[in-house]
Design a protein. Structure first.
Length: 198
């Protein structure tokens, strides 16, 4: 680190304290689920990067009560609205879902029903589900037509979910402790020491 200051030191200590306090946490596949289906949570934090004003994408794919794929990344371009940032997150989650869909099919577990995708942006869902003229999103429409195709083909079932229940919210911003713990449990991260399986 070239130009570190006290803020960096405080941040590093906070990370180390968190790691020490959660060293027994992990994902536990208990074997109780007999289905091989999955669901996708997507979220975005609009223009949250202070200097660049780029948004952050987050998605979590859950199967059998645990997360099997997740991503938290800065978006490559600057979004002009919250809906645009959420559309980018939705498309990234849909792309990862499509990869997993083919992988499971190759492994002998074809998905018989549409994959549920949850998003907390009604505007983003409306853009995908209503192929009418969306003048405000025309500049990004081509990039997201494949998400609409998956929805129309019945491969995805995109549904609204309140922000407090979107598991991917944990990947896009700092959260109050109570909400963080709730979402951590939702994505399947548990204290393995208390379950007796370490």
């Amino acid at each position: 680190i070239n130009c570190y200051n006290k803020t960096h030191w405080v941040g590093a200590r906070r990370v180390l304290k968190h790691l020490k306090g959660t060293s027994t946490y992990g994902l536990l596949l208990d074997g109780n689920s007999r289905t091989v289906t999955y669901g996708v949570y997507t979220d975005a934090s609009f223009a949250c990067q202070t200097k660049e004003r780029k948004s952050v994408t987050g998605y979590v794919i859950s199967m059998a009560g645990i997360s099997v794929s997740w991503c938290s990344s800065k978006q490559g371009s600057i979004s002009l609205s919250t809906a645009e940032a959420e559309l980018i997150a939705l498309s990234e989650g849909a792309k990862e879902s499509e990869w997993l869909w083919y992988l499971l099919r190759e492994m002998g577990f074809p998905q018989e029903k549409p994959v549920w995708v949850w998003c907390d942006s009604k505007a983003a869902i409306s853009t995908v589900k209503n192929p009418g003229n969306h003048k405000a999103t025309k500049h990004i429409e081509i990039r997201f037509l494949f998400t609409r195709d998956f929805d129309e083909e019945g491969r995805l079932e995109i549904q609204y979910c309140s922000t407090s229940d979107i598991a991917a919210d944990i990947l896009t911003k700092a959260l109050p402790t109570g909400q963080f713990v709730k979402l951590r449990e939702l994505i399947g991260v548990r204290d393995l020491k208390t379950t007796g399986d370490t």
